[in-house]
Design a protein around this ligand. Sequence first.
Ligand code: NAD
Ligand code: MN
Length: 358
Amino acid sequence: MKTYKIAAIPGDGIGTEVVAAGVEVLDAIAARDGNIAFKFDHFDWGGEYYKKHGRMMPESGRDQIRKHDSILFGSAGHPEIPDHITLWGLRLAICQPFDQYANVRPTRILPGITSPLRHVTDKELDWVIVRENSEGEYAGVGGRVHQGSPLEAATDVAMFTRAGVERVMRFAFRLARARPRRLLTVVTKSNAQRHAMVMWDEIAAEIAREFPDVTWDKMLVDAMTMRMVMRPASIDTVVATNLHADILSDLAAALAGSLGIAPTGNINPERTFPSMFEPIHGSAFDIMGKGIANPIGTFWSAVMMLEHLGEKPAADRLMAAIERVTADPRCHTPDLGGRARTADVTAAVIDAIHGANQ
Ligand code: NAD
Ligand code: MN
């Protein structure tokens, strides 16, 4: 019996609802598997913690989770606290020091889900977006001076390092090579941004030489939005900067049916630190506390976590259970046009895990 130590950090809003559901489903997968178990440690960090302690997580927070096998995260975002405080104080405070530099975002149209793109089926939209997750536009470099005066000025400096670009390119090429189509699109903006983005392109071309079996192309980010909508089947694996991929992956999630379905893994490929898995959606203030959040994005993130832990059979079984449930419109939450509640979807996935033929 292998026991994995998982740090569960639900954060705020619907993060608490979907992570609770994710924990239930992972326990069901372990019970079904028989050879694995999870030991969850729950951390109440986030906006409510901030209101009591003046910070999003304790100073020793990272030390408390450094030795865990993985982190299951909900959302950082609280209606009473500015977003840059919640994001930098919790999510980025984990991602950056733990060097989770590859943010991996698979997008597929699951059975039973209709894409807002007319005539597009599951086979035509099967992407993985790799987002550079440690530097670029979200490096945190910049400053603000003369606040309140007419001379007020502010900068956010996009910082790209050769080491940072090389490692994310190599990760993306490797991932593209592991997928059947061996096709990678490098997203850029080197027409307008003539320093860092030109280096980004040059490094992509250098790394490409290490992967002669991967076909790759280059696309300006604005044109990429059009290609995602007009020619989705021409895309397989994508690599983009922190900002570009942040935006493109929300578009991807919407094209696949709902933000509530989309998963992500913040991966530290060298495994020096735990990796963190979370739905890509946020706290969803408009529906929090109502029990109608779609938990599928969290369940799919749990699939990615199982894959990362090397538990492929359990990962496949959970993904199959998710697809059985999405195929049934009675299990659709309101974001998918249905009437099911978070608890209904969770119970259905657990049933499917224990069901026959799996
Ligand atoms: P959001 O993802 O919270 O919500 C966008 C819309 O999608 C809302 O209408 C919401 O109801 C819907 N939605 C999202 N997830 C859903 C789900 N699982 N089921 C059903 N509907 C769902 O984005 P936002 O409104 O821009 O942000 C709200 C807060 O969350 C902000 O504080 C923001 O900073 C934070 N946020 C955090 C993260 C994160 O921690 N990874 C990501 C995005 C936003
Ligand atoms: Mn985002």
